[in-house]
Design a protein around this ligand. Sequence first.
Ligand code: FE2
Length: 203
Amino acid sequence: MNTSRFRTFVQEMTRLVQSAGDDEARLLEEGKKLLSALVSHDDWLPEEFARPHPDHYQQYLLHCDPLERFSVVSFVWGPGQTTPVHDHTVWGMVGMIRGAERCREYDFQGPGRPLALAHEHLLEPGQVDLVSPRIGDVHQVSNAHSDRPSVSIHVYGANIGAVARHVYVPETGDVKPFVSGYSNTALPNIWDRSVEARRHLVA
Ligand code: FE2
């Protein structure tokens, strides 16, 4: 398990939010490179944070910045599972690490008006999708595989599980508030560096 890969990502994202502040364009441009590098390797995500649920997708919190400037989540899709059409209200990056996702992006045209499907594409390992209220924030994400799980790593500009967001009925334009929460109660321990430290002990 290459824990240092994720620890380094968390450190670099922390430096980025610290220096970029509210500059969302810079956050997404530089964050996309960091996330793309992270999801180009599938050797660091502990198995318990990649475990699907038979009935619905899972959203495991992997890290939350102490000042809640960003959070990192693993999304785990069982075969054929899908999200409702939803928004985020903050910037977000979706990095594919295992399997594939189908992303449908919608234009919200006001309450009570049907949503227009703007774009549909497939996301494959190493690729990163971007969302935000500025560049397009309403989408639906599904496992592109009907016979195996898919996993993606998401980074958001807030403690996303506690953000007041919305789900949409695309046919009618009906909007409902929701708060996603998380599927896990314990986070991965990426800070046990004792093996490395012991190497430097004098016998
Ligand atoms: Fe989303």
